[in-house]
Design a binder for this molecule. Structure first.
Ligand code: SAH
Length: 471
């Protein structure tokens, strides 16, 4: 992020615009929405600018900006559409200590003006660092659609009611009150009876909430999917956005954590998926402690919590502590991996069952029904299988599996860094090494990628093929 978005208080402060022609109009229109004192310099002023000057909305001097004009200005815009004039304006502005923006010239500007959705006092600023103005306009249109024109009015009424709502305890109770108001109650009252009805509704809502009991904490055990935030369920997203405390695993990506409220307490309780558990008791203790204090806890787990997620242990602990909980399923890594290679995990005539295996369990490498797995046509999604790959390969071949059975490894499924290695059982070990697979990865036994996906690299001498990067 090269440009850091902030909101600048312009009340009563001087903003200078060098240039009074048509080129300066868009910026002037924006500035006139603010409470700044706007001073415009430039010969050949556009009729609109002259009219604004006459109405007293800005001060116009119909001559070029000169040294001394920018004294005390906080911002200076160069909008002459003339390189020499703009350069001179920038010098004058900088000498006066103002931040300078040259319209349509990113490199010469110290700040840029974002696209703005104006629902005063609610404003949304959209910036793309100059990279994609068309995208900014599209986002602006989307946001405008999302925020009805009444948004500003509802926010202003809320502001006048803020002091009254302090009778509710700080935190969840107040937040819930305002969420209800902004999500539905406010707009409904406005449609029914205008501003007066909104004020009336706020009063009755406050009475209703005041009469109800203390808030109760709870824990949502949420599957966040394989990493791509778009692969989260709507419910997972909502509960994450509402959470006071977030306990998250290593597999949960930063893009997903971004969705939490800024005030939420974020606690990393990462543990590797195998071997000695890193303080499962500690995770349980944290969830219980926060829920007891009335918090809504989001316990985020990569993929689907019902698959290799140690879900039962956490539920038992919550039951014992008498804490309310719910489970939100997610997209498991095997589904994302199969989607990533364009193949189905089951197929009529090939495999009518799918094995979901772990390479590791509490006792080390996990034993399986190797005989069954070794049969032609069987398919398995192997989780946590990297360390155990030699063991798995050996066991399967010992039980008669064909060394030419296709095996596909999908690392970082659904993420930008997704990597696919396509090989055969006899070369699994070698392919993992040469493919530089570090995990997290799912080994899809019995499946090969869709032909159209195009393989970019072939690992000699085994014929294993690697495809990276693209989804
Ligand atoms: N509950 C998770 C699995 C947790 S066990 C789920 O349903 O996906 C951890 C293992 O999941 C990793 O060792 C790896 O085998 C697999 N895994 C998780 N996320 C993955 C991803 N994005 N790509 C590939 N494998 C992943």
């Amino acid at each position: 992020m090269r440009h850091f978005p902030i909101y600048l208080d312009l009340k009563g402060r001087k903003v200078v615009v060098s240039g009074a022609g048509a080129f300066a109009l868009p910026k002037l229109r924006l500035l006139l929405k603010t409470e700044a004192v706007v001073e415009v310099y430039g010969a050949d002023a556009a009729p609109e600018v002259k009219a604004w000057a006459q109405e007293g909305r800005l001060r116009l001097d119909e001559r070029a900006l000169a040294a001394g004009d920018a004294g005390g200005a906080v911002l200076l815009y160069g909008a002459n559409d003339d390189e020499a004039l703009d350069r001179r304006a920038a010098e004058i502005g900088r000498a006066a200590g103002a931040l300078v923006n040259i319209v349509d010239n990113l490199e010469e500007s110290e700040f840029i003006t974002p696209a703005i959705v104006d629902r005063d006092p609610v404003t949304v600023a959209i910036g793309t660092e100059g990279a994609a103005p068309v995208l900014a306009r599209k986002i602006k249109a989307d946001v405008e659609e999302m925020l009805p024109p009444s948004t500003g009015l509802l926010a202003r009424i809320a502001e006048t009611f803020r002091a009254a709502v302090t009778v509710l305890p700080e935190g969840r109770a107040r937040r819930n009150f305002w969420s209800r108001y902004f999500a539905s109650e406010g707009q409904r009252a406005l449609d029914r009876g205008g501003e007066a009805a909104v004020r009336q509704r706020l009063s009755t809502m406050l009475d209703e909430v005041g009469a109800s009991a203390d808030p109760k904490g709870q824990v949502a055990l949420i599957g966040t999917g394989p990493g791509d935030p778009e692969l989260m369920t709507l419910k997972a997203r909502r509960l994450l956005q509402e959470a006071d405390v977030v306990l998250y695993d290593t597999l949960v990506t930063p893009e997903i954590l971004e969705l939490a409220r800024r005030e939420a307490v974020m606690i990393h309780v990462g543990k590797k998926g195998y071997g000695k558990s890193v303080a499962q008791d500690e995770i349980n203790r944290l969830a219980i402690e926060h829920a007891r204090a009335g918090a809504h806890v989001a316990r985020l787990k990569g993929g689907d919590p019902v698959i290799f997620g140690r879900l039962d242990e956490e539920i038992e602990a919550l039951d014992e502590a008498g804490i309310e909980w719910e489970v939100v399923p997610g997209i498991t890594a095997a589904s994302a991996a199969a989607a990533g290679i364009g193949k189905s995990l089951t197929r009529r005539g090939r495999n009518s069952s799918l094995n979901i295996l772990t390479g590791h369990d509490v006792d080390g490498f996990a034993e399986q029904d190797w005989q069954k797995l070794a049969r032609p046509g069987s398919a398995a999604a192997i989780y946590m299988g990297l360390k155990a790959s030699t063991f798995i390969q050996g066991r399967l071949m010992m039980h008669g599996a064909d060394p030419s059975t296709p095996v596909t490894i999908v690392e970082n499924a659904s993420r930008d860094s997704q990597k696919v290695v396509s090989t055969v059982l006899g070369s699994l070990e070698h392919a993992l090494k040469t493919g530089g697979i570090l995990g997290p990865a799912v080994i899809l036994y019995g499946l090969k990628p869709h032909a159209a996906l195009g393989v970019l690299e072939t690992i000699a001498p085994t014929g294993a093929q690697v495809r990276t990067g693209t989804r």
